[in-house]
Ligand binder design. Structure first.
Ligand SMILES: *Cc1c(COP(=O)(O)O)cnc(C)c1O
Length: 437
């Protein structure tokens, strides 16, 4: 499978080139240039298939010519010491728990695969420097995924404020391959600096710079794998339609689901579950996209006014407008209905869910109500995108229960010192990077 830009007709590139450049030179975002029907590969997998087994089967077919089954198996093993888990609650409802990775957030799945597959594709023949703007958990996820990867250095730009959850032993001056740099500025400053470094062609080429930003196609692809995983776990129990409800902010998860459908996964629809930041819903229904000012809610990861994957949706839309209207149902959950969904899950099933997952549940209930989904023939799989213990206060507010915070998640709070503290200037970033070698 090759990748092309959403906006240009330049010839498609290999997966390796796409992940090593993150963004097409001609502009736009990378999307699969052609989509394969993978049905024969996963329709016959059974519920006992493990996640690494699924990845080992599916990835070499998708990435034919670039990743053979042996390489794919190494990638799956080294990326994933955690698995998704389908928690079936009753005939009509399951949670796809995606919070078992190092930071308790589904984004671990994409970052882990990107790091492992990059190492595999560079093997013996290259190096890369992965630069990203980070705050909070993405930094931990990135350093965990890239730590010790041969030929790869990971540079992370942090805004002002404490840096947490990193292990100084993994830093370049201590023999590791991680370079955390703190920028006296905001997260936006860090993002602008990442762009500036990438656009400084001579520097970027000298260090083979790429980015692990969420729009890297090497993060998008593995997100399709857990939809297929959910499908093989549930398929025997299905009596009717399968619907996924996806808590959406930058819409990476949802677009991955649409690709899983394009690969041949039998699914009747996707619920685009949003909080009050729901302008994208109109676009999904076929209207022009008009971003609205950002609203702060109790599901902060969904507080996005301009989704990063907008261009991917637009390109999907151009190819198949009817699909968008018939397959993707937008729904909005208020702060109050989010808390009610959390309470209901606790009372009905004894399960804690985080507020983002709760947006998915509330949206599913709403869509069910309007579409007559109330009968048990439809099975809804809600993507549980965050660990409930990461939002312990919200869980306590909604359920009246104190929640245990696992050791792994507690250690994310440990502060660490950056290897450099710099002004928000391109020269300063490049100087700090150069001084490490
Ligand atoms: C990032 C995030 C989301 C939103 O995912 P998108 O792919 O950006 O739509 C949902 N829930 C949690 C917990 C997140 O961290």
């Amino acid at each position: 499978m090759q990748f092309r830009s959403t906006i240009s007709s330049a010839s498609p590139v290999s997966f390796k080139d796409a992940i090593l450049h993150t963004l097409p030179r001609e502009g736009g975002l990378y999307v699969p240039a052609s989509v394969m029907d993978m049905r024969q590969f996963f329709l016959y997998m059974d519920a006992d298939t493990s996640f690494p087994e699924l990845v080992t089967t599916v990835a070499p077919v998708l990435l034919q010519g670039e990743l053979n089954p042996f390489s794919a198996s190494r990638v799956a093993e080294s990326a994933y010491d955690f698995e998704p888990e389908l928690q079936i609650l009753d005939e009509g409802l399951s949670l796809l728990n995606l919070f078992n990775g190092p930071t308790g957030i589904f984004k671990d799945f994409g970052i882990a695969f990107l790091a492992a597959v990059m190492e595999e594709l560079l093997k013996n023949s290259g190096k890369a420097m992965v630069i990203s703007a980070t705050r909070g958990d993405t930094g931990v996820s990135t350093s965990h995924a890239f730590r010790g990867r041969k030929g790869i250095t990971s540079v992370m730009l942090y805004p002002s404020g404490p840096i947490r959850g990193l292990d100084p032993e993994s830093f370049v001056p201590n023999g590791g391959n991680i370079i955390p740099i703190q920028v006296k500025g905001t997260f936006d400053d860090c993002q602008s600096l990442v762009k500036a470094v990438i656009n400084d062609r001579p520097f970027a080429e000298r260090y083979c710079i790429t980015s692990s930003n969420a729009i890297n196609p090497g993060r998008l692809l593995p997100q399709t794998f857990y939809y297929l995983y959910a499908f093989i776990k549930i398929k025997k129990l299905l009596k009717g339609d399968l619907v996924f409800s996806v808590p959406s902010g930058n819409f990476g998860n949802l677009i991955a689901g649409l690709y899983a459908w394009k690969f041949g996964m039998p699914v009747s629809g996707f619920i685009a579950a949003m909080n009050a930041n729901n302008a994208f819903g109109d676009f999904i229904q076929g209207k022009p996209f008009q971003p609205k000012p950002l609203i702060i809610t109790n599901s902060p990861a969904l507080d996005v006014s301009m989704p990063e994957n907008y261009e991917r949706f637009q390109s999907f839309y151009e190819e198949a407008p009817a699909v968008m209207r018939n397959m993707v149902f937008p729904a909005t959950a208020s702060n109050a209905s989010t808390l009610i969904a959390m309470e209901k899950m606790w009372k009905k099933y004894g399960v804690f869910v985080d507020p983002h997952t709760a947006v998915g549940l509330a949206a599913a209930e709403q869509i069910g109500a309007t579409m007559g989904y109330s009968d048990q023939k439809i099975h809804t799989v809600v993507l549980a995108t965050g660990h409930p213990a990461k939002e312990a206060l919200a869980v306590a507010k909604a359920t009246g229960q104190d929640i245990h915070i696992p050791e792994k998640l507690q250690s994310l709070q440990k502060p660490a010192d950056p290897i450099a503290l710099i002004e928000p200037e391109l020269d300063a970033v490049e100087g700090a990077i150069a001084s490490c070698f």
